[in-house]
Design a protein. Sequence first.
Length: 216
Amino acid sequence: MPPPGISKRNIFTVAILAVSVLTGAATTAQASTLTVFFSGSIDLTGMGGAADNSYSGFFTWDPASLPFETHPYTNLYHVESYQFLLNGVDRTIGPGGNGAGLVVNNDGDLNGGPGPYDALAFLAALDPGGPDLFILGFLTTDLSFWNTLDLPTDYNFLSMPTRLSLVSNESDEDEQVGDGGPFEASPTPVPEPATMTLTALGLAGVIARRRGRQRR
């Protein structure tokens, strides 16, 4: 369940109405873009889908970007590029389209008013030209984490303890139709199990060849 104070009609869903999307990766702050890779699973039975749907992708933003919409406790930002995969299918709206955005929350209630949370939210549209369905992944913590409505300039925000995702249907009064719970987020790609297995096998092969050479 989302933290207390978040409603089905939350400020995050408003962000999708005018956003554009992200390109490139970086590891330094200020002068460079930042990229966060994410992965998780979401239950879409509320909209007639399956109970377990995997998703993954990345978001990239320029920390120097100005918000396209501002509120006393929330700023909404365009992104440089992004990718969103659902069940292995690329659902990115682009290139450079209108399918993603970021929301920075400071001392808010996650609905646009004053409250006890600092947060960063990632938003991606599910259907181009179809129902207004958006997946929202947000990292939250209490209001002592930061005192800004600017985009993060480094990866410190990844230490926020609460990570939740959901799907919102804006065409139906922002009804929550999917619940994803926690998700993974990091500055580097998260290897899938198959990739990790192949890597391990490759390393084992290298070691075996070296041992063979030493015996000869």
